[in-house]
Each structure stands twice: as C-alpha cells, then as structure tokens.
Write a protein that binds this ligand. Structure first.
Ligand SMILES: [Zn+2]
Length: 121
C-alpha cells in the first residue's frame, strides 16, 4: 500500500520542518498521475502519525491536474484516463508531462503556543 510509505516519508519531512512545534495541519500538492486515493491517503496518515508528535495533525491534499505539453505546437492538454500521450492539437508525439506528478509538501500549520500541552509531564 504505497499511501503508507508516502505518509511515512511525509511525516518525516513534517517532523523535521516543525522543529518540535505542534503541527495542526499539513498541506500537500498531489498530482493526479500519482494515482493516490484520497481516502486511502487520509487513513494511512492517521495510522502513520498515531502516537507520534504529529498525532492529530490534519492532512490536506490539493489535487493538481495532469497536463501534457506539446513540444512542437506548445498546446497544453489536460490528461484524462482515456487519453494517450500524443498532442491533440497537432498529433505530435513530442510531448512531456507539464504537471501531475507532484507530491509536494507546500505548507505546515503549526501552533506557536507551546504552553497548551495538556496533562502532567
Ligand atoms: Zn502539438
């Protein structure tokens, strides 16, 4: 289940970036070509961060459409599951994926209030 390994890697990045502050939310750009199922990702996140310093942090996924760019005519076409990788404007096979492969941590919401930790030490 690749969502779990993605979440483990993400949790590691977030933990380093938060430097001990309490993390309230994590924002990630996810390209459609990554084949990530949002529900599976949400469940994997809760599983991975349980009983860690990130427990309770919300995961926000920002879907990025898959876009194919033509090297010959410059057209940009949004990729659907039924479409190939040839340009739909000129038929050229010289195309590249302009977006849709992202898995990028874009922002972390942290609580600056370190005194809000509940319970006895
Ligand atoms: Zn073209």
């Amino acid at each position: 289940m690749h969502e779990v390994s993605l979440c483990r890697a993400l949790a590691g990045s977030v933990t380093r970036a938060s430097r001990g502050r309490r993390v309230e939310a994590v924002h990630v750009d996810v390209g459609q070509l990554r084949q990530i199922v949002p529900d599976a990702m949400a469940h994997a996140w809760v599983f991975v961060v349980r009983n860690t310093s990130l427990d309770g942090a919300e995961l926000h996924l920002n879907p990025i459409p898959a876009v194919l760019a033509c090297d010959d005519c410059g057209a940009e076409i949004e990729l659907g599951p039924e479409l190939g990788f040839a340009c739909h404007a000129c038929g050229s096979a010289s195309t590249h994926v302009a977006s849709g492969e992202e898995f990028t941590l874009t922002a972390i919401d942290v609580s600056e209030d370190l005194g809000a930790v509940k319970g006895e030490p």
